[in-house]
Ligand binder design. Structure first.
Ligand SMILES: NC(=O)c1ccc[n+]([C@@H]2O[C@H](COP(=O)([O-])OP(=O)(O)OC[C@H]3O[C@@H](n4cnc5c(N)ncnc54)[C@H](O)[C@@H]3O)[C@@H](O)[C@H]2O)c1
Length: 466
C-alpha cells in the first residue's frame, strides 16, 4: 500500500482547542509554555523525544519523529477552550495542584491570558459538577452553532491557520446507543429536538467535525464514537480518534498483559484499585460517570489475552477495577494491582504493582502528541477514524466490525509503520531473515563507524530492534 496524497506543510500557528480546562489541560499548556522558554523537557511525548528507525539496520537512519514528520512546531502552538468554571489557566493550574506555584511562575502571564469560553454543559451527564460559565440556548443545535462561532472567533483573534480539538472535559454518564447516533440525518434531527442521546461532548465533537477540524477524545465518553459522527468526519475530511487517554493503571495493564500472553502464562485474577483526590476523582465518585470509566478500563484484558483462543489460560479469570475518591491525594493518584497468575502445571504465583503516579503528568504529553499528529493527519488527507493512534487510548476507536487493538506493543508498531508508510518509507516487519539469506538478500556490510565528536562519544550507542 502506498500513500498517494501530498502532505501539505505546517504553515503558521496551530490552535489547540480544549473543551475542559482542568488539571490535564492546565498541565499541558503550562508544560508547552515552559518549554517554549527553555524551562522544561517534554518528557513522555513520543513526537518530541522518540526516534524512528528507517530502512535496514546498517543504514543507521534514525531521526527523531519530529524531524521525520512534517509536524507543527511546539513554538507555533496557541491555546483556547471552554470550561464551566471561568478560572484562567493559571488559577486552574494552582487549583489542580499538579505543578507547584514556583514552577508555574515563569509562565504566569501566558497562563493568565488564557481564559475559558462559556461551556456547553448539562448536569444530567456530569452529576457531581456545577459551574457558572455555561451557555444558554433553546436547542442543542443552537449550542452547536454557538461553539462553531466561538471557534471562528478564536481563529481570527489569534490569527490561527489550523485548529485541532482535544476533549479534556469530565467523564459523562454514557447515553444509551440509539437511532439518533446511527446516521448524520438522525443526529442533526436530534440536535434540533434536544435528544437526551446527545450529551455535551457530542455537541463539541459535532461542531469541530462539521468545520473539518480534527477531534480527539481524552475521556471515555461516547462523544465522536458513533456512526453519525464518523459519517460527518468522512464528509468534512476530519480525522477523529479516542477514547480515554491511556495513562496510569491501564497503561501498565497493556504492558504486562501482552507479556503474560506472549509467554503463555495463565491469569487467575486481576484486582486493580486506585485512590484519587482531584476533580476527576470527584466526578468519578458518581456511579454514572464511574460506570463509563469502568467500561473503558475493563475492556483491555479480554482483547489482549484472547480467552476464545486460549480458554485453558484465560477463560475464567476474575477482573475487578475500583476508583475511590480520596481528597488528600489530589492529582497524585496511587494504584495497586494484584495479579494472580498460573505457571507450569497450573502452579499459582502473584505479581504486585504499586504505581504512585501523577495523572496529569502522564496525560499532558499525550495531549501534545495527539494535537500534533491529528494536525499532520489532516494535512496528509486522512479522514474518519484514525486507528493508528490507538497507542494513546484505553478504548481505541476502530471500525464497528473490527475488534480494537489494546496491546501497547502492537499499537506502537502500528503507529510507526503507519507513519513510515505515509512518508514513503519501507514498512518494517522486524523478521530480520533477509540479513542471513545468502540467496535473496545479502545485506551490505556495515559502513565503517563515523568519527565521533567528543560529546557524542560519551553518549551510549543507539540500539535498534529486530
Ligand atoms: N489525568 C489522566 O491521566 C486521565 C487519563 C485518562 C482520561 N482522563 C480524562 O480526561 C478528562 C480530564 O481529566 P482532568 O484530570 O483534567 O479532570 P478535571 O476535572 O481536572 O478537568 C475537567 C474539566 O472539564 C470541565 N468540564 C466538564 N464538563 C464540561 C463541558 N461540558 N464543557 C466544558 N468543560 C467541562 C470541568 O469543569 C473540569 O474543569 C477526564 O474526563 C478524565 O477522566 C484523564
Amino acid at each position: 500500500m502506498r500513500h498517494e496524497k501530498r502532505i501539505d506543510p505546517a504553515r503558521g500557528k496551530l490552535g489547540v482547542l480544549l473543551p475542559g480546562m482542568g488539571a490535564v489541560t492546565s498541565t499541558f499548556i503550562a508544560g508547552v509554555e515552559l518549554h517554549k522558554k527553555g524551562l522544561g523537557d517534554l518528557i513522555g511525548s513520543i513526537t518530541q523525544m522518540q526516534t524512528i528507525r528507517l530502512g535496514k539496520r546498517y543504514e543507521r537512519r534514525r531521526p527523531l519523529l519530529r524531524d521525520f514528520l512534517p509536524l507543527a512546531k511546539v513554538s507555533d502552538l496557541v491555546f483556547g477552550g471552554w470550561d464551566i468554571f471561568p478560572d484562567s489557566m493559571y488559577q486552574a493550574a494552582l487549583k489542580a495542584g499538579v505543578l507547584p506555584e514556583e514552577r508555574l511562575r515563569p509562565v504566569r502571564a501566558e497562563l493568565e491570558a488564557i481564559t475559558p469560553m462559556t461551556a456547553v454543559f448539562d448536569r444530567s451527564y456530569v452529576r457531581n459538577l456545577q459551574g457558572p460559565n455555561v451557555k444558554k440556548a433553546k436547542t442543542k443545535w443552537d449550542l452547536a452553532r454557538m461553539l462553531m462561532e466561538d471557534i471562528e472567533r478564536f481563529k481570527k483573534r489569534l490569527d490561527v491557520e489550523r485548529v485541532v480539538m482535544v476533549w479534556c472535559g469530565s467523564t459523562e454518564v454514557l447515553p444509551q446507543r440509539s437511532k439518533v447516533h446511527e446516521s448524520l440525518a438522525e443526529f442533526e434531527k436530534g440536535l434540533k429536538s434536544n435528544s437526551p442521546g446527545i450529551p455535551p461532548s457530542m455537541i463539541y465533537a459535532y461542531a469541530a467535525i462539521k468545520l473539518g477540524i480534527p477531534y480527539a477524545n481524552g475521556a471515555p465518553n461516547l462523544s465522536a464514537d458513533v456512526p453519525a459522527l464518523s459519517e460527518l468526519a468522512l464528509k468534512t475530511g476530519s480525522p477523529i480518534c479516542g477514547k480515554d487517554f491511556k495513562t496510569g493503571q491501564t497503561f501498565m495493564k497493556t504492558v504486562i498483559a501482552p507479556g503474560l500472553q506472549a509467554r503463555m502464562l495463565g491469569l487467575i485474577g486481576w484486582y486493580s484499585t486506585n485512590i484519587l483526590g482531584n476533580r476527576d476523582g470527584e466526578v468519578l465518585d458518581d456511579p454514572g460517570s464511574f460506570k463509563t470509566k469502568e467500561k473503558s478500563k475493563m475492556s483491555v484484558l479480554d482483547s489482549i489475552l484472547e480467552p476464545d483462543v486460549y480458554p485453558r489460560l484465560y477463560s475464567k479469570y476474575a477482573h475487578k477495577v475500583r476508583i475511590d475518591y480520596y481528597p488528600p491525594r489530589g492529582d497524585s493518584k496511587e494504584g495497586w494491582d494484584n495479579i494472580d497468575i498460573a505457571g507450569w502445571l497450573g502452579m499459582p504465583m502473584q505479581i504486585k504493582i504499586n504505581f504512585l503516579c501523577r495523572d496529569s503528568i502522564l496525560a499532558a504529553p499525550l495531549v501534545l502528541d495527539l494535537a500534533l499528529l491529528l494536525d499532520f493527519a489532516r494535512r496528509a488527507g486522512l479522514k474518519g477514524i484514525q486507528e493508528w493512534l490507538s497507542f494513546f487510548f484505553k478504548s481505541p476507536m476502530c471500525r464497528e466490525d473490527l475488534p480494537p487493538e489494546h496491546n501497547l506493543f502492537i499499537q506502537h508498531l502500528k503507529f510507526k509503520n503507519t507513519v513510515r508508510l505515509l512518508m514513503g518509507e519501507e514498512v518494517l516487519d522486524h523478521s530480520g531473515l533477509d540479513y542471513y539469506d545468502p540467496v535473496r538478500g545479502t545485506p551490505k556490510p556495515a559502513p565503517p563507524p563515523r568519527p565521533m565528536k567528543a560529546a557524542a562519544a560519551k553518549r551510549p550507542p543507539v540500539r535498534t530492534r529486530g
